[in-house]
Design a protein around this ligand. Structure first.
Ligand code: BTN
Length: 240
């Protein structure tokens, strides 16, 4: 993709800005909106994404595609692979975690939020990336789940602009793979990095929490969860 990048000092949410632009203007494929600060950063399941000035990369891009809703999870997973490869190239031992996270050990460093947009003849997916860059450990501790940043992991502050520039080739690589083969094209590497199969996991969906083991991933990247009563297919939820 040939990204056209627009930087803003401060936005509510880069996902929401791009979404509004999609519905109100004719935006082009690969428009990427990034903000140095978000005042209303959004995560999955109505969570807030803490987005202090220059604390991280807050960026969303528009991918024009007719891919149906069912293919969104695997696109999000392809993006998690892009971010984890990028972090590995920087000497940070990161790995993707189903469905949309990148972790270092047990701590979250990146989350991805994909949303489908559709209007008459045009449709596509907005992909939002939140990558913690310059958050100190004290700031990360204020997040309600274990979190980390590039600064904490590498002792180096980085500019979000530079991180974005370095990350784009990885994003292009993984999106091309996804475009050419959907989840099947990323299954092997995803399973290797987010697995291994057989590892004990707990899955939480709302108030429901079940324990079992990872049985693998389905055709579209859905989680296959081995419980005492058989293999369940999980489309949304959190692994704990
Ligand atoms: C999650 O882990 O729940 C997903 C977090 C996604 C955060 C990013 S930051 C850029 C983009 N704009 C938003 O409001 N959210 C995404």
């Amino acid at each position: 993709m040939n990204f056209r990048i627009e930087w803003h000092d401060r936005l509510g949410s880069t996902n929401s800005t791009l979404r509004n632009r999609f519905y109100n203007q004719h935006i082009k494929d690969a428009l990427l909106i990034a903000a140095r600060e978000q005042t209303d950063g959004r995560g999955r399941q109505q969570r807030t994404w803490i987005s202090p000035p220059n604390g991280g990369l807050y960026a969303s891009f528009f991918l024009e595609t007719h891919a149906p809703l069912i293919q969104i999870p695997s696109l999000t997973m392809a993006l998690a692979l892009a971010v984890s490869d990028y972090l590995n190239s920087q000497g940070i031992r990161a790995a993707p975690k189903w469905p949309n996270d990148v972790l270092v050990g047990e701590k979250k460093i990146c989350g991805i939020l994909s949303e489908r947009v559709e209007q008459e003849l045009r449709q596509g997916i907005i992909v939002g990336i939140g990558l913690n860059i310059n958050m100190t450990q004290a700031e990360a501790n204020e997040i309600d789940r274990p979190a980390t940043s590039i600064l904490v992991e590498s002792n180096q502050a980085r500019s979000p602009d530079e991180v974005l520039k370095e990350l784009l080739p990885q994003i292009n690589f993984w999106i091309d793979r996804w475009k050419n083969g959907g989840f099947e094209a990323i299954r092997e590497i995803w399973t290797e990095k987010a697995g291994p199969i057989g590892k004990p996991i707990s899955v939480r969906d709302g108030d429901l929490r079940q324990t079992g083991t990872l049985a693998g991933f389905g055709t579209h990247g859905e989680l296959l969860f081995q419980t005492a009563s058989g293999v369940e297919t999980i489309w949304s939820g959190d692994i704990e």
